[in-house]
Design a protein around this ligand. Structure first.
Ligand code: HEC
Ligand code: HEC
Length: 244
């Protein structure tokens, strides 16, 4: 609720500025409206959670915070399949921030049955504020993506066709993600993790909440692949990762 407040304020500002500038030249109205729209956009941006903390990104702080993460995600953020922890190094900063907030606000990791998510939730909760989230996300995003071990068997050639027709438009031809479409990079995650997340989306453990604007897109996509198709797709993603 509190996080929404700036949006309402900005919308109020937009309404007021439109009403106020009725008698002014059109250009001025446009300027006011543009400024207010920019304010709305900024307020809806997760970055704003950091701006609330009053400072820019502090990579040194991010590095210090990352020390706790290495226990599960590995010294280089490469992930640890045995602990169900995905590779996070080199993931998009905005996606990392969004996920950390979703764990914090219970959108992710709070559903009965989401055992792996439940392990991550307290770690996100321990990041005290928007500044901590922003700093650690920026640091993790700055690390080089790694190549995960292969654990799922599948037909990569069939997976390539499936990936290109069902996933590539949003996650990119090389599965590097697309910041403009809010999609994460897939190559360093780890195949078993990808399978689990698509299953989580399909079963409503992710992407089903009212606020899960981006998760909802993925939740509908998760329903268009069978388990076998998913194995083939991750086999292809493994090939992409190995070829990097
Ligand atoms: C106790 C082990 C553990 C620790 C410590 C831990 N994590 Fe995690 N993390 C996990 C697990 C397990 C998952 C997978 C959750 C799932 O399957 O939904 C995860 C998932 C994530 C995700 C979601 C990745 C994605 O691709 O969506 C992010 C981001 C993340 N962790 C960041 C961090 C950061 C940053 C820290 C340190 C502040 C941290 N984790 C500490 C276990 C841990
Ligand atoms: C319409 C666009 C779209 C398509 C098509 C799409 N995705 Fe996604 N996907 C997303 C978005 C957006 C997210 C981020 C959701 C969030 O922020 O919670 C996502 C998230 C994911 C995640 C979670 C990654 C992580 O780090 O936890 C996986 C795995 C994934 N997609 C796999 C796939 C696969 C496999 C396909 C093809 C069957 C596919 N996606 C097709 C939009 C799409």
């Amino acid at each position: 609720m509190l996080r929404r407040l700036p949006v309402y304020l900005a919308l109020a500002l937009l309404t007021v500025s439109c009403a106020d500038s009725k008698d002014e030249p059109a250009a001025a109205v446009d300027e006011d409206a543009t400024a207010a729209m920019d304010a709305v956009k900024a307020a809806t941006d997760e970055l704003d959670d950091a701006a609330d903390a009053g400072a820019g990104v502090n990579l040194d702080n991010g590095k210090a915070l990352f020390a706790t993460c290495t226990a599960c995600h590995g010294a280089s953020g490469e992930g640890n399949m045995a602990l169900n922890a995905p590779g996070i190094a080199g993931q998009s900063e905005s996606y990392l921030k969004r996920q950390l907030w979703e764990f914090k606000n219970g959108e992710r990791g709070a559903h009965a049955g989401d055992i792996a998510g439940a392990q991550m939730k307290p770690m996100a909760d321990a990041l005290v504020d928007g500044q901590a989230v922003t700093d650690v996300a920026a640091y993790v995003a700055s690390l080089a993506p790694t190549v995960p071990p292969t654990t799922v068997d599948g037909d990569a050639a069939n997976g390539e066709k499936l990936y290109n027709s069902k996933c590539g438009a949003c996650h990119g031809g090389r599965a590097w993600g697309n910041e403009a479409l809010y999609t994460p990079r897939l190559t360093m995650l780890g195949d078993a993790y990808i399978v689990r997340q698509v299953t989580n989306f399909r079963e409503g453990m992710r992407g089903s909440g009212d606020d899960a604007v981006y998760g909802k897109q993925m939740a509908s996509m998760a329903k268009v692949v069978s388990d076998q198709e998913l194995s083939d797709i991750v086999a292809f993603v493994n090939e992409l990762a190995a070829g990097e």
